[in-house]
Design a protein around this ligand. Structure first.
Ligand code: TRP
Length: 343
């Protein structure tokens, strides 16, 4: 293969997150781990966006929160093994081409279609406090802007969670409509459902989340992890140590299965069922294993926390590179839309 050719054979991947909080182990097993594997396979050309514009659609009254979390998110990515030499991390608001494309796309989608989008519908219902009876134009329209995020970079694959499926579908519709009117310019993306599993919260809730207070963060210290694990929900019928326990309904056993060795899991579960192991000992062992597992991530994160100038440099360079790609797409779009006046 000729040098320089490989880039063109690699599939372009685009994904990202809203910068609204630090990432937890649910994010790690759900999506980050997979992104790092895709990166290290060398088969993909990956762009990861920090979606600050989208974060503002429901945090417009809290710009400080979004600003702060842009760097937190970048540090979480880097700590987990996203390598800026291989993957481009960029800030959404610094790509004006995406905003521009959003305007053109807004002609290609109806208000009724946006109101029917199941993800948007659910979110609007959850955000009554912010929106009252009438949702903002920006929030209702964020699927249009997300379609622009993906297509500005000619993203072919979008690795993300199930909840994003209606958004990717809406993007595909916009692309088809655009291409049918202006010519075959845009790439229709495909979702790649992250095979990662969904991790339950420490309280047994199906979802781990910041607002639920049941999460272990990638940045948590050993003490924080221990404190949280001590509060994890165990078999409610087990009161004394020699009561026979049921690991199937115990969150400590559930996490042992993610963080402990096969041998340990077998011993812990057998001893619990036989009433031979107390929950406190079991929790201590788990906290140690989680802490050990997250240690390289925590240490790498700490390094970036102590070198904020390095994080800024990575974001700046990633965004500069992304901008070039975006300008290239925009040239093609404008030509197709007959907006290339003086070219
Ligand atoms: N909607 C995504 C989330 O809530 C973030 C996001 C914005 C995104 N633009 C994207 C994800 C483009 C994938 C592709 O986390």
């Amino acid at each position: 293969m000729k040098k320089g050719m490989s880039r063109f054979m690699k599939k372009r991947v685009l994904t990202g997150d809203r910068p609204t909080g630090k990432l937890h182990i649910g994010h790690y097993f759900g999506s980050l781990k997979k992104r790092v594997e895709m990166q290290n396979s060398g088969d993909y050309d990956i762009y990861i966006l920090i979606a600050d514009v989208q974060a503002l659609t429901d945090n417009f009254n809290n710009p400080e929160k979004v600003r702060k979390n842009v760097r937190e998110l970048a540090m979480d990515y880097l700590a987990c093994g996203i390598d800026p030499e291989k993957t481009t991390i960029y800030i959404q608001s610094m790509i004006p081409e995406t905003a521009e494309l959003t305007v053109y796309y807004s002609n290609l989608v109806t208000i009724a279609r946006l109101q029917r989008n199941p993800t948007v519908k659910t979110e609007i219902a959850q955000k009554k406090e912010l929106f009252g009876e009438s949702v903002t134009y920006g929030f209702l329209g964020y699927p249009v802007s997300q379609a622009a995020d993906i297509t500005t970079f000619e993203g072919e694959l979008v690795p993300t969670g199930e909840d994003q499926e209606p958004l990717i579908e809406q993007c595909r519709e916009i692309v088809r409509k655009f291409n049918s009117i202006y010519g075959e310019v845009l790439v229709e993306p495909k979702i790649v459902l992250s095979e990662g599993k969904r991790i339950k919260g420490l309280d047994g809730n199906e979802k781990m989340g910041k607002s639920l207070g049941n999460a272990i963060y990638l940045s948590d210290s050993e003490e924080e992890i221990t404190k949280k694990v001590m509060s994890a929900v165990t078999d409610p019928n087990r009161i004394k140590k020699d009561d026979l326990g049921n690991p199937d309904i115990c969150m400590v056993a559930y996490y042992h299965k993610l963080f402990s060795s096969k041998e340990e899991i077998d011993t812990v579960c057998a001893e619990c069922r036989a009433g031979k192991r107390g929950c406190v000992a079991c929790k201590k062992q788990l906290a140690k294993n989680i802490s050990e597992y997250l240690k390289p991530i925590r240490e790498k994160r700490k390094y970036y926390e102590e070198h904020p100038e390095l994080v800024d440099k990575i974001l700046k360079e990633g965004t500069q590179k992304a901008r070039k790609t975006a300008q290239n797409t925009m040239r093609k779009v404008k030509e197709a839309m007959k907006l290339d006046y003086f070219e």
